[in-house]
Design a protein around this ligand. Sequence first.
Ligand code: PGA
Ligand code: ZN
Length: 399
Amino acid sequence: LITDIRLRRILDSRGNPTVEADVVTESGGFGRAAAPSGASTGEYEAVERPPGEAIAAAREHAVPRLVGEVYAGNQRDVDAALHAADGTDDFSEIGANSAVAISMAAAKAGADVLGAPLFQHLGGTFRGENFPIPLGNVVGGGEHAADATDIQEFLAAPVGAPSVADAVFANAAVHAAVADLLEERDVPCGKGDEGAWAPSIDDGEAFDVVAEAVSMVQDEVGFNIGFGLDVAGAELYDSVSGTYEYSDVSRDTDEQIEYIAELVEEYDLVYVEDPLDEDDYDAFADLTDEVGDQTLICGDDLFVTNTDRLIEGIDRGAANSILIKPNQIGTLTDAFDAIELATENGYDSVVSHRSGETEDATIAHLAVATDAPFIKTGAVGGERTAKLNELIRIADDAT
Ligand code: PGA
Ligand code: ZN
């Protein structure tokens, strides 16, 4: 039984305050978790409130429904209590940041009571044996860095890696190779919010550099490394003109679909996230028709980890993959349900960090627990390596 919940403001990786929750149980179980925070957030995400307000509202409404009332190990009860306490359909009362921090902290406390690792508690005995392939952000711009690429993320995808650890090290090697190639080209650059290089180059040059870096590292490691993109299309889309606005060109929806299809062909892309606007299921369906048998077309802002939006996508043939961000929907139960629905319908789940992160490593356990084929959690930087190193540890323990 949950006997205490403490909520506090801590720092995230951007230096902004975020919500951290501690959950304590009667039998001495303890769990601590923190909410991440997006910058290129989808319009249909659950609502993140300013941390001070979210904490005050959660103390008033959620804590009394949980303390002395619910077992930390009963995740569905915990998350149902959070929904009941909030009373809205988008967590705009207690904040999705308070909700997700409490939901994840309760899961950790539940695991602690059982003396089981979190992935085991969440996934259970009949959990699959697979480990997610990490997608590593190596070059980026968009909302994550000023004066860098239009496309938000260029991602290394070590699909042929024999182990999680090999994949994690390969992504870091691609990240390092990109730096070498940029230096050769005399392109100075810092890093964006997720630790990817943020050079002031156009997307065409970024494709050249990433393709070369991937092929260099592939030769070194001897397994297949592909690459992918998060276009973050909703950020490029101008709904008034109906066009995707790049620095040097503007594309209407048909041109955007053709452009992405050409990129898939030219670079053999294994993964393309949010190539189109978050409201345009039809365009997602057209692109999926065209290249969906060669590549993953993933909905992030399109689906926002929401089963209602995923059902719409499944009905209309939009995308073949879904990004899973627990804070987009507010609880682990909702994230689990989205993964389950995706899997039943042949959509690959990609469990994901946010651009604003903490040391919290819950998503590594969530990805392993649910047998998700991919995890997207950066390539370097402490708040990213917290998850990547946890994956390596889980694999080491479990095999
Ligand atoms: P965000 O970006 O966390 O800033 O929303 C990540 C993404 O779009 O995948
Ligand atoms: Zn995205």
